[in-house]
Write a protein that binds this ligand. Structure first.
Ligand code: BES
Ligand code: MN
Ligand code: MN
Length: 453
């Protein structure tokens, strides 16, 4: 196996670079053609690697690439999931090289999607090729690679509900998360959910002269800022009534176990140029960003932001506000609580509209399953040490959906690093990580087949 990887690694990397050259930005309809091109690219590479029944499954949105290799119906089936769509690349001026012209620098591939998720999904296709070429494929495998993850996977639930037989499997395997460090492999065992809103605060029916009207009417930007500021108290707890009602509280023992994961607060601050961290009283940094729910403003705008000064009371102010959810909060419950509260705290003198966007449920994946054990053994073989279980703060809403619709648990074998700058300028993915993924995945298949006997 090692030799196949060594002999072909240049080609594997070059193929990934080709995929990264396709700007498959799902959020921007201008790139619809490139999104389709990326789907076709994936389908072609799956076919070349030896997959059968490869097709682009049409949805009302972007196609889902499907392919499979059933070697023996008696063997377990692994369903590998990934996404070929990427986040928009802006602000473009902060990139050191163009986001869709990948370059390799210091053993890292720089491009939008390098880690999230093209680099990671491509590891699965190349691991599959490797297993086929070496006659090592130990389980049946199905691929489901979607093109709408970054915009909320709107059509995936429909697809899954209508293709239960086709997607029949024993476990879902996903590489769309990270690990602690290149010498500290880890398996993600929890993801947060999401409740996302756009809010609009309206004051007067038009922008007004701030001298003539200032002080006498509500300024929607002032009001919006006040409303947003009131959503956290002095301990950085969220003030929405009922927000914490269903939050899973981990036991002291569980927290102590979590705290064993290697972490340096000094390095964390240094990497972000911060003189201190900030967050909810009573919780560590790693707890704050994984097992605790949060509320953040993602963007805020309104009024005059052009050159120079314009003395104006704006008519409207807007913000995008998201909440990350933990087990057993649900996006529906939190969406309702947020909307009710936000409308309620608006003073007379403004109108408020809350428009919910896509949401997603939190998920935890079992650690006592055959699949976890197989993944753990695979990492142990290729990294020389046991992986550390870790709860992640990010969201992959389809993990909870797969559990609900297909009854399947996922194994989250992520090979990215927090420092890979996913969704940010200069996103990158280490060549070490890419190759380690290709090396580790076949061992998962092998151990999973053996443990399933
Ligand atoms: N791959 C990420 C999620 C992720 C990254 C989880 C790192 C854990 C570690 C995924 O593509 C993503 O960006 N998800 C979105 C949610 C989605 C509904 C837009 C997120 O977490 O913001
Ligand atoms: Mn992703
Ligand atoms: Mn993403």
């Amino acid at each position: 196996m090692q030799s196949y990887l060594q002999e072909n690694k240049e080609r594997f990397i070059n193929e990934l670079l080709d995929l990264l050259r396709i700007p498959s930005i799902s959020a921007d309809l201008q790139y619809k053609g490139d999104v389709l091109k990326a789907a076709e690219f994936i389908a072609d590479r799956l076919r070349e690697a030896g997959a059968d029944k490869v097709e682009l499954c049409e949805t009302p949105g972007n196609p889902i690439v499907y392919g499979e290799k059933i070697i023996d119906p008696g063997l377990p089936t692994v369903l590998a999931y990934g996404h070929y769509d990427v986040q928009p690349a802006d602000p473009l001026e902060l990139w050191h090289s163009p986001p869709f012209e990948p370059v390799i620098k210091d053993e890292k591939i720089y491009a939008r999607g390098a880690c999230d998720d093209k680099g990671q999904l491509y590891m699965h296709i190349k691991a599959f090729e490797l297993m086929m070429q070496q006659q090592e494929l130990a389980c049946n495998v199905k691929f489901m690679i979607e093109g709408e993850e970054e915009i909320g996977s709107n059509n995936l639930e429909w697809f899954v509900q209508n293709n239960k037989e086709k997607l029949k499997a024993d476990v879902i395997l996903i590489s769309d998360t990270g690990m602690i460090a290149n010498d500290i492999p880890s398996i993600t065992t929890g993801l947060r959910g999401l409740s996302y809103h756009e809010v609009e605060v309206t004051g007067p029916n038009r922008d007004l002269h701030s001298g003539l009207y200032g002080g006498a009417v509500a300024n929607p930007i002032n009001i919006l800022c006040k409303m947003i500021a009131s959503l956290h108290d002095e301990n950085n707890h969220i003030t929405i009534p009922g927000f914490y009602d269903n939050v899973e509280e981990l036991s002291e023992a569980e927290r102590a176990e979590m705290a064993k994961a290697p972490f340096s607060l000094e390095e964390y601050k240094k990497a972000l140029d911060l003189n201190d961290v900030y967050g909810e009283t009573g919780y560590s940094t790693n707890e704050r960003n994984s097992i605790r729910p949060t509320l953040d403003v993602n963007g805020i705008w309104g009024g005059y932001t052009g050159e120079g000064a314009k003395t104006v009371i704006p008519s409207k102010a807007f913000a995008k506000i998201s909440m990350r959810l933990v087990p057993h909060q649900t996006s529906e419950e939190i969406t309702n609580l947020f909307r009710k509260h936000f409308e309620q705290i608006a003073p007379a003198g403004v109108k408020v509209e809350v428009r919910p966007h896509h949401g997603g449920e939190p998920a935890v994946t079992p650690m006592n399953s055959i699949a976890y054990k197989a993944a753990s053994m695979a990492y142990e073989q290729t990294f020389g040490k046991k992986p550390v279980p870790m709860r992640s703060g990010g969201s992959i809403p389809i993990v909870a959906m797969f559990k609900q619709e297909l009854g399947l648990d996922s194994v989250l074998m992520g090979f990215g690093l927090d420092s890979d700058a996913i969704h940010s300028p200069n996103e990158h993915f280490g060549i070490f990580n890419f190759l380690k993924g290709i090396e580790t995945i076949p061992y998962f298949f092998k151990h999973y087949a053996e443990l399933s006997k």
